[in-house]
Structures are given as C-alpha cells and as structure tokens.
Design a protein around this ligand. Structure first.
Ligand code: MN
Length: 406
C-alpha cells in the first residue's frame, strides 16, 4: 500500500497521518460534557460521528460516547469505517466539510476510550523474566520450567485501568523485608513501572470455543500502551502461591489512543527464534506470526531512562490470545490483554526500574543530579512508542503518563 496523503498539510509527515488514524474518546473544550469518538489526525482530533454524517453516511458505531459498539462490530465493519476515514481525510472534495470537524489536540480532553471488560497481563519478555528469575531465585534456572511452553499470565483488575494523565496514588499494603520478623502495613517503598503494549479485543467469542492464532485479526481491534504500576514490596510478600494481587491492582494506566491493527501491517516481523518447540496450538512457525516492531521509550521526569524493543518479545499477542482461550474461556468486547514488561537484552532497554536498578542495587542517575531506585512522590513517568508504517512513515502511539501522589 502506498501511504495516502491528507489534505491536512500538517498531518502529512506526522506519525499520526492517514496511515495511522488511532481511535479515542474526547470532549472538546467548546462542548463540555459531550463525549465523542475521535480519530487523531496530525495534532487534531476528528469528530468521527459528525464526519460520517457530513459525508452522508451516518454511523451508529461512530456516533457514540465510547468505542464499545465499534469494537463489538467486528473486522468487516472496522475495515469499512477505516476506509471511509481515509477517503474523507484525503479526498479534496471532503475538505471543507470535514475540516470544520477538527478540534486541536490541545483543546480536547481524552478519556478512557472503552469499558475494560477483563484485564489480563502476560509475561512475554524472556529478558524480563530471566532478569527477575536471577534476582529472586539466584542459583536456580532463571526461567521457570513452564516459561517456554506457554505464555504465562494472570488476571488483573479491569476496574482500575485508568487513562493516561490520571494521578497514581501511592498504594498502602503489607510488606515484609527478608530481615523483618513480621509484616507491617504502610505505603509502598518500592513503587515501580512496567512498560508494556496492550491489545484490545473487539469481537467476542463463544464460551467453550478456543480462538486459534489464525483468528487473531478477527477479534483484536487494536493496540495501546500500558503502564502496569507495581508495588514490588507488596508483590514480593503476597505473590506466592497465587500470583500478583494488590501489588498490581491499585492502578494500570493506558494510552488514550487505540492504534488499529491495520495500521501496523508494516510493523509485522518474525519474532525471535524459539528454542523450545511449542505445542501445535501455539506453533506459529510456517504461518504469519504476529511479532511487531514497536520501539518504546520510557521517560522519568522528562529524562529518557529506557528504550524497550517490543520486537524482542518471545511470545506474540496471537499466541497469548490462543493461550487465553485454549480452555474455552470466551472473549468479551473490551477485554484488554497486556504483553508483560517489555525488556530487551541491554541494560538501557529494560522496561521496569527493578531491572534497570537491579533490585535497587544500582540507582538510575538522572541528568538533574538526582538518583532513583524506585519512584518518589511527584515523579512522572511517560511511555511513548513508534512503529514503522508504509513508505517510510512512522506510526505514533501517543503516550501513557502518570504522576505519583502520596
Ligand atoms: Mn505487567
């Protein structure tokens, strides 16, 4: 596909050109109280429902205050609507009608764009899993025996998924350092981030019917950025034997823009070679695997501290979807599943402070002269990402930001 050019000049070399067109939900400053589906083009937000009406093809899927109905509609509707948006934003004959429906990004309040149904978090980076294994199980194999046989995950808390910009209140909980005789209760002293990529399920599936990897595109609508805030001291004390719980569930932040899967066609790559043969339902060799060349960047108080490469992930989102439904568990519209912390092989490509500082032993030095082991109050963390688009273009994901408050 040749990248189409928008009549909106400022969008032409933007990571948010017509090759991208991520979806969100916004309120324009001059229309307080009204939530509308917005599509980002350059540094503007297009009122998608109003655009469909202006073009003479009204859509109940776009004239909504949430992405829910659009997500539920399925792949054929997603493709048709995307084609319409591209036409309205590239064909000069629509210019006058559509240009009036653009709101500058700076005048748009962005909301959580869909109701999160179930939230699952995986653990798909071999580098991340091995680093944590080396830290917490020294002397034994870094990876657990199951790690290369199945994508490991846990069910998180859908109701505490929040949109970028929402303050993150430092959680309280039980923690017990190895030297302590008994646990104590109080604010976490080891508040961390996890830079991740999230996948948004649109079309549901039938209870009792697994979803094979080949059906990934029929069910997954698009991709966002996720910060899986983690209280490491609470997590360390509570997680055996049932896994993450209150150390994770206090907040999970997501970016406000959902990049459609179709915008990532040029970012698809073969994932790293697997050195253990997967069982057939997870075997994507010989097929068209869903590795994605997404480059993340983590900034702490404005300073870049890490550049995690999603291309290095061992398990793909299609394998995770197959795993999540292998027992017949059904998908619901609005299910969100996250990749797990994205960490690459180098120190500066690790997606969590616990790895960047090696469990607090090597503090990160910031250019302002301060150091961090874990997050302090008023710290702000921003994760951004880009991926290759058609014809040398770049696909932007926007950002997921959160500031820590006491
Ligand atoms: Mn995580």
């Amino acid at each position: 596909m040749t990248a189409a050019r928008s009549w909106l000049a400022t969008a032409q070399d933007s990571p948010f050109g017509v090759h991208n067109l991520p979806y969100g939900v916004f309120t324009a400053a001059d229309r307080p109280g009204q939530r509308r589906i917005g599509v980002r083009i350059g540094d503007f937000v297009l009122d998608a429902g109003a655009a469909a009406r202006a073009a003479g093809t009204p859509s109940v899927l776009l004239d909504a205050d949430s992405l829910g109905p659009l997500l539920a509609a399925g792949r054929p509707a997603w493709s048709e609507i995307r084609a319409g948006l591209v036409e309205w934003l590239t064909d000069e004959t629509y210019r006058d009608t559509i240009a009036r429906l653009l709101t500058p990004l700076a005048e748009a309040e962005l909301h959580l764009p869909f109701e999160v149904a179930d939230y699952v978090d995986f653990y798909a980076s071999e580098h991340h899993a091995a680093n944590l294994g080396r830290m917490f199980r020294p002397g034994s194999e870094p990876l657990t025996p199951n790690w290369k046989h199945l994508p490991i995950g846990y069910h998180g808390r859908a109701g505490t998924v929040v949109v970028s910009g929402t303050p993150v209140v430092r959680p309280h909980g039980q923690r017990k350092a190895p030297a302590d005789a008994v646990p104590s209760f109080g604010p976490t002293g080891r508040l961390d981030i996890e830079a991740e990529v999230g996948f948004v399920v649109g079309a549901p599936s039938m209870l009792g019917t697994p979803v094979p990897m080949a059906d990934f595109q029929e069910h997954v609508f698009g991709v966002c950025l996720v910060n899986d805030w983690s209280a490491r001291d609470i997590q360390a004390w509570e997680y055996v034997p049932l896994g993450p719980f209150l150390g994770k569930s206090f907040a999970t932040s997501v970016s406000p823009w959902i990049v459609p899967l179709e915008a990532l066609e040029h970012a698809r790559i073969t994932p790293p070679a697997r050195d253990v043969e997967p069982l057939p339902y997870l075997d994507d060799r010989g097929g068209e695997p869903w590795g994605l060349d997404i480059s993340l960047e983590v900034r702490l108080n404005g300073y870049p501290v890490s550049r995690p490469p999603f291309a290095a992930m061992y398990w793909t989102a299609a394998q995770q979807l197959a795993q999540m439904t292998a027992n017949g568990a059904s998908l619901r519209t609005g299910d969100l599943f996250a990749s797990g912390t994205v960490s690459g092989p180098e120190v500066e490509s690790r997606g969590a402070l616990i790895e960047l500082t090696w469990n607090g032993e090597n503090p990160v030095k910031l250019p302002d002269g301060t150091t961090r082991t874990f997050l302090e109050n008023d710290d702000e963390v921003t994760i951004t990402a880009t991926a290759p688009g058609p014809d040398g273009t770049v696909v932007g994901f926007g950002e997921v930001t959160g500031r820590i408050v006491p």
